[in-house]
Design a protein. Structure first.
Length: 295
């Protein structure tokens, strides 16, 4: 489509005179492939750590995820001129949004949109559906969390009485775990990525696919074998895994143990030809049809 030379550009080089030059491709050259169709699956990480407050920004991380999603979508669907040419690039973009929670019960995970062909004209309607679905999910999760907390308090009280009731003849059985289990942070993250890979298969074929995880970065992997298997699956299906972090950098006054695993996100995005964005880049309205191609 076009070729852009390394800086500094020749004085008389422009998009209409670029074909008059001879270009040399070497090991430092960057080749960008463009597709007519793209399919993206956005995974909103609604883990307990995301319900904490970012004291640097003064906001709850769950609210930041919605803002980051909108900024990312505005940049993805915005047409732009291919560098070195006058071709206005406007591909077909299909988007699925999934909200993931660690609770292993019915209704704890929600598909907010599936296979939506997104354009600048229907973005507002798309985001209204996302906000409405998240509101219903939060109400459902709040009831589940309240029930689990009550069970944990009951289990704690019953366990404190066990020592005094060891020698009593009649002892009632005491549950040791809540009736609604919750996935660990490491296994829950792997399940979330696998769910996103399944959602990609339901989108149109013959298109470039990508997974975008909007998270606070408090994630982990069970072991190196699981990480290797997960990366192999992503590379086999030519799926790019990208991360969009909504939390600030670690500081001592954050929640205990809530440390973003930036190294893991950078490694996984680099291994799958994705991108790691510490924040969602803002769109400059003064620069029409210009946007950094990160995802």
């Amino acid at each position: 489509v076009s070729v852009v030379p390394c800086e500094p550009f020749p004085n008389d080089w422009d998009w209409d005179t670029g074909h008059l030059y001879t270009y040399q491709v070497n090991s430092q050259s960057m080749v960008t492939f463009l597709s007519q169709q793209y399919r993206f699956v956005y995974l909103l990480d609604f883990s307990p750590s995301a319900a904490s407050t970012d004291i640097k920004k003064g906001t709850v991380l769950l609210d930041q995820q919605v803002k980051a999603l909108r900024r990312s979508l505005e940049g993805v669907i915005r047409p732009f001129y291919v560098p070195g040419s006058q071709l206005l690039f406007k591909p077909d973009i299909y988007v699925t949004v999934i909200a993931w929670t660690p609770f292993l019960c019915s209704g704890a995970q929600a598909v907010l949109h599936q296979g939506w062909r997104l354009t600048p004209l229907n973005l507002d309607l798309f985001m209204k559906g996302v906000v409405s679905g998240l509101s219903r999910l939060e109400e459902h999760i709040s009831r589940i969390a309240a029930f689990v907390i009550d069970e944990l308090e009951t289990i704690k009280i019953q366990q404190e009485r066990i020592m005094g009731a060891l020698f009593e003849e009649s002892m009632t059985s005491v549950p040791l775990v809540p009736s609604i289990p919750m996935a660990a942070p490491d296994t829950g993250f792997v399940n979330m990525i696998q769910t996103g890979m399944l959602a990609l298969q339901l989108l149109p074929e013959h298109s470039s696919g990508g997974l975008i995880v909007i998270t606070d970065g408090v994630i982990n992997i069970p072991d190196i074998n699981t990480l290797d298997t997960l990366l192999n699956h992503l590379r086999t299906k030519t799926t790019c895994l990208s991360f969009l972090q909504v939390s600030s950098s670690y500081h001592p006054h954050t929640g205990l143990g809530y440390c973003p695993n930036n190294e893991l996100m950078e490694f996984m995005s680099l291994a799958t030809s994705g991108a790691y964005l510490p924040r969602a880049p803002e769109i400059e309205p003064s620069e029409p049809y210009l946007y950094e191609m990160n995802i």
